[in-house]
Design a protein around this ligand. Sequence first.
Ligand code: SAM
Length: 288
Amino acid sequence: MPGPAAASSAVPPPPRKHLGQHFLVDPNIARKMVTAAALRPRDVVFEIGPGRGALTRLLCERAAKVIAVEIDRQLVRYLSAVLAGDAALELHHGDAMTFACDELPKGTVVIANVPYAVSTPLLFRLLRARDRISRMVLMLQREVAARILAAPGSRDYGVLSVMSRYYAEPRKAFAVPASCFRPVPDVDSAVVTFVGRSDPRGDADFDRVFAQLVRGAFAHRRKTLMNSWREEGWDPASMRRILEHAGIDPRRRAETLGVPEFLTLAQAVSVDRAHPGPPPRRADAAER
Ligand code: SAM
């Protein structure tokens, strides 16, 4: 890493819009995010997109180690200069979408002002790495936060709401106006915390069945459960049997089911030996 002389002369590169570079310029928000993470001195933090280091500096003061991955090589150079010599920082140049989250130390805390363009697939990636991650504090576009936190029956309730609650306990921490960033984005933001569930729902096979059921159910959200699954090419006789076993009316729509009911359905699928299982689908099909 370059020495202090380089640090004092480092000039940040101009923001690159296509990488979602809206940098946090309100130090209060950075402090509130770090407080929401309830860091202990021995914690390891994973920061996605450190940018110009608005959060990174604080994190390095509060945690034992900060593993940060930034896709923009120019920003990596800049950060290496301004945070030169900070022993807590392990800075990687790379894409968070391919970063080996399953190799993070157990109990890692994730903190990020998430690049909006990849927020949903990135969230799914992080949620799936639940055996490594103890909790997350994520700055998200306000609309994405609303979808995560939506209750059954509401317009925003969907795959993201159900899957977030399947893996974790999401809670809204606070709202963040667009004026806290430079350049100022077109949208407001919200910080959401996710605490890993103490009662993991199932193993990898069960996770897969659960995710397929939910995605199939919401694929045609104005239709009944039966019709949505049928449109997705699932065997109606098996699905009727499974709904009956789970005690769920086939005329209901996905948006009326809470996570416990989807869990009951996934359990019914698991015990229905005659059911060949939903057709294989790409893991990321409903994550865009
Ligand atoms: N954390 C900084 C802050 O709060 O000011 C920057 C946040 S900015 C919204 C998002 C950051 O993520 C940018 O620095 C951008 O270059 C980076 N980024 C975008 N896509 C990324 C990806 N796929 N993997 C890693 N970093 C990414």
